[in-house]
Design a protein around this ligand. Structure first.
Ligand code: NAD
Length: 499
């Protein structure tokens, strides 16, 4: 295998190969072939990246707001110019169809655009004359070196939820992307450099648990933003906070779509198919459970099954609707859930296990699958599947549906489909979930709002991007100041009360 097929780290503005060590295979999920290998960092490599970021922080943390904003503007332009290149890398390593890969670049760019408002978002407050001759003001300063650890399913967008804001706020970054699809991060690193970002401000180390553990323990890493499955998110949150770091750790999901009998069933059917099978269900905001209030379940299921029959599964570069799953192991795990659902007695309406695909036989294929009469104790209901499997749970009332959703351990996203504004308003108030759609199946907030779930879908109290993002990547100071003038009143040992 030639050197061009090896993905190594990006440290201090250059490719950093380091001594030979462990590597991981990168697959083309549509063919099953190994196309590249990725270096898996040992602690020493993480240390080198953190050292570069620490050096860079001494000047980037003091760079003017204007300078930072100008670099962000240039990065935004370069990302837009290279969107198709990034999308092609994502499709080649993740498998999602090209239009979907382009969509994630667009959503990530929105965060870059938002971060260009750093001058406004980092403004503090000022109170004049809180006491005689005394003023008080607040300011926010960057934290230092921050670690970002991201999952395989959005190799560009999820890192972009964090690093534009971290950098705009004056921090320096060590990104550890998923080892399954690491190449988009490398192209983004090159574009940062072309945009004029000083070397060392944005570093990429590839790796697995060993790299993550070193980031969590490194004394010079101030904060960690993590996105991934719930068990790892919980571990990262607990380990990182015990090591004294600020941590936000976004976890897994099981998103329910509640359909009331008065809903527009055509819209509900389109939405269920789009949100259930887009990106082969490998989205943390995918709909995986339809909670249908009777008596419309039969009608809705027929509409969904009809639409599923038209979906073209195949290589994401060939104009298919749905691509393969990310690895053979993940495909087999998802297929295992389908087997378990059948065994548990759910009704298999559409079976995706043996479908015809427009792609190589070695690809990691699994077609869209629909179950009816799913009950809460079945594993296809209780666990996150993260694949193209949609389950229908039939309920008798809004209240029963709400209780079902609120009893689930995950609380990332949810949606209600109804034409009754009062019911929708009640739902948004009563449901214990962080992101809610009303006749919108994938309610991913815009960059100027914050993204995050409740319950086992997020550990920590700060959501991603939006104003909360700037809050996470800065810490506050309050200054109480007096400039001597002739009214200076002499010695007073009492507690300052600003009278
Ligand atoms: P994952 O938890 O396997 O991996 C996430 C990151 O953690 C990767 O960088 C990986 O290298 C690292 N990692 C893996 N095992 C580790 C370990 N034992 N110790 C330390 N680090 C480890 O997740 P994934 O399979 O890459 O991504 C899919 C998951 O991410 C799903 O559960 C999905 O719901 C979740 N996700 C959540 C959100 C959200 O916003 N809540 C967004 C996207 C994905």
């Amino acid at each position: 295998m030639g050197s061009e097929q090896r993905v190594s780290h990006w440290i201090d503005g250059e490719n950093w190969t380091g001594p030979p060590g462990r590597t991981g295979d990168i697959f083309d999920p549509a063919t099953g072939a190994v196309t590249r290998v990725v270096d898996l960092a040992e602690s020493a490599t993480v240390d080198a990246a953190v050292a570069a970021a620490t050096r860079a922080f001494s000047s980037w943390g003091r760079a003017t707001l204007t300078k930072r904003m100008q670099v962000l503007f240039r990065f935004r332009e370069l990302m837009a110019e290279h969107a198709a290149d990034i999308a092609a890398l994502i499709t080649a390593e993740h498998g999602k169809v090209l239009s979907d890969a382009l969509g994630e670049v667009t959503r990530g760019l929105e965060v870059v655009e938002f971060a260009c408002g750093n001058a406004h978002l980092l403004k503090g407050g000022y109170s004049e004359s809180v006491s005689t001759g005394v003023d008080v003001y607040s300011l926010r300063q960057p934290l230092g070196v921050v670690g970002i650890i991201s999952p395989f399913n959005f190799p560009a967008m999820v890192p972009m939820w964090f690093f534009p804001i971290a950098i705009a706020a004056g921090n320096t970054v060590v990104l550890k992307p998923s080892e399954k699809d690491p190449s988009a991060a490398m192209l983004m690193a090159e574009l940062w450099q072309q945009a004029g970002l000083p070397d060392g401000v944005f570093n990429v180390v590839h790796g697995d648990k060993e790299a993550v553990d070193r980031l969590l323990q490194h004394p010079d890493v101030a904060a960690i933003s993590f996105v991934g499955s719930t068990p790892i998110a919980r571990y990262v949150y607990e380990t990182g906070t015990q090591a004294g770091k600020r941590v936000q750790a976004l976890g897994g999901a099981k998103n329910h779509m509640l359909v009331l009998p008065d809903a527009d069933l055509e819209l509900a059917a389109d939405s269920a198919v789009n949100a259930g099978f887009g990106s082969a269900g490998e989205r943390c905001m995918a709909i995986s459970v339809l909670v249908v209030v009777e008596p419309v379940a039969d009608e809705l299921i027929a509409k969904i099954a009809g639409r599923m029959a038209t979906l073209r599964v195949g290589d994401g570069r060939r104009g298919s609707d749905m691509g393969p799953l990310v690895t053979a192991a993940h495909r087999d795990k998802v297929r295992g859930y389908v087997d378990a659902g059948v065994e548990a007695g759910a009704t298999l309406v559409v079976d995706g296990r043996d479908i015809a695909v427009d792609g190589e036989a070695g690809g990691f294929w699994l077609g869209p699958t629909l179950f009816d009469r799913v009950t809460p104790e079945m594993s296809i209901y209780s666990e996150e599947i993260f694949g193209p499997v949609l389950s229908v749970v039939r309920v008798a009332s809004y209240q029963q549906g709400l209780e079902l959703i609120n009893s689930h351990p995950y609380g990332n996203g949810t949606a209600i489909f109804t034409c009754d504004g009062g019911a929708a308003r009640r739902f948004q108030h009563e449901v214990s979930v962080g992101m809610i759609g009303i006749n919108v199946p994938i309610p991913v907030p815009m960059a100027y709002y914050s993204f995050g779930g409740w319950k086992a879908s997020l550990f920590g109290d700060t959501h991603a991007h939006g104003a909360e993002g700037f809050h996470f990547f800065t810490r506050g100071k309050v200054v109480t100041s007096r400039w001597p003038d002739p009214s200076h009143g002499g010695i007073n040992l009492g507690f300052p009360t600003h009278g």
